[in-house]
Design a protein around this ligand. Sequence first.
Ligand code: ADP
Ligand code: ASP
Ligand code: MG
Length: 472
Amino acid sequence: MSLITMKFGGTSVGSPEAITNVVNIVQRELESGNQVIVVVSAMSGVTDALLAAASKAVHGNKWGYLSNAQNLRDRHEETINRLIPPGSNREKTVSQISSLLDEYVQLCQAINILGELTPRIMDAIVSFGERLSSRVVAAVMRERHISAEAYDAGEFIITDNSFQNANPQWDEIQVRVTKKLIPVIERGETPVITGFIGATREGAYTTLGRGGSDYSGAILAAATDSEELIVWTDVDGVMTTDPRLDDRAQVLPYVSYQEVGELAFYGAKVLHPKTVQPILDKNIPMRVRNTFNPDHPGTLIGATGEPSATVVKAVTSVRNVGLLTVGGRGMIGVPGIAGRAFLTAAKAGANILMISQASSEQSFCFVVMDDRARAVKNAIEDEFAQEIERRNIDRVELMDDVVIVTVVGAGMRGTPGVAGRVFTILGENNVNVVAIAQGASECSISFVIDEVNLEQAVMRLHDLALETVEVL
Ligand code: ADP
Ligand code: ASP
Ligand code: MG
């Protein structure tokens, strides 16, 4: 008997038909003699709707958040009514949904009255999405005679108080999981746990960042020593590129932890960038599979690099970024300028996605998300006010109509000429490369290009990845 952690994404729990698939998948696993921990996202679109409603509340639009609450009530109740016949299970679930939504409206009212919306309150608001969906999914499972109950992840996933992007407190999580979750599984129950959310030690709701349910699944798989983590989504697996950008995208049968880490960090939405961290040390295999096509084996993710010397496995892109360049002749040989710049960026709340330095040391550049780019530019100008005045630094520039494109593949390591091929292709297609960086692991090359060239660059580099798939 094995323990499997299964995470189901927003589309996978987004309709009565999808939830039926979810329950079929879990039931089949239980019937084969395994035990399952289920982790669920909010129904598709709900997290966005909650964020929009919170913003309406803080701007005094009472009608906006009330109608949003009514929509949520209708959507969840309709799902319950479609899947659960009248009786005590239906009544219990409708009343759970109803009291959650009452609590939600009260919170919106408080936001409305106070006119204040902090990251902490935002996390409390978005927590309702997963709290609602988990109740519905657990109830549908009970209808199939699965002993299922919904749990708020805040009981197990303790985090720091970095609201909206909280960090797990591993020791405390292990204690809670051992004390509270393992006994549930040992009793033969199937817990249905909210993805995305956690709680501080004091009990305030936190979240793990957008798309964070994948990370929740991995945290719980690691803390329970699960045999496998399966991320069930709406595509057949991890693909050679975003299928919405190029419909020739193909499913990759195997990807290493390292490769998937790069893919997710550089924009492949299919997995949250932190997903592999918790399972890596314990070497827990992960699969990405399709809830709507459960017979497809999906993508296996594990520790070994791809044995064959493949060229490029996948191509990803990140939009909405800004490229900051700090330059000046007076920078040559002056230690610490880059360090100070990066520290300043961090203090301005920005994550650095990519760094590149010209060998002359006359300039370096780095990429941050658009929403912080202007603040970082201002902060750097303040930090280097003296150097700018002395003209040691003569430019701090921001380009914000750019994107990052990344090619990923462990086979690139030690294979000469891959970078050459990549840049030849870009050159042939008249794509101007603004900055380049190669991951230290040599398993990815990222570069910054103008946004207008995004699709063309991805399509042409994707040709390389498709050649590789044919060889596999
Ligand atoms: P979920 O709600 O199940 O977490 P997401 O929408 O977060 O699903 O992620 C799945 C989506 O990621 C797919 O529908 C696909 O459009 C997109 N995607 C982007 N890049 C890739 C890729 N390289 N492989 C697979 N899917 C990708
Ligand atoms: N519901 C959350 C989001 O939309 C988390 C997730 O789906 O993984 O970001
Ligand atoms: Mg997701």
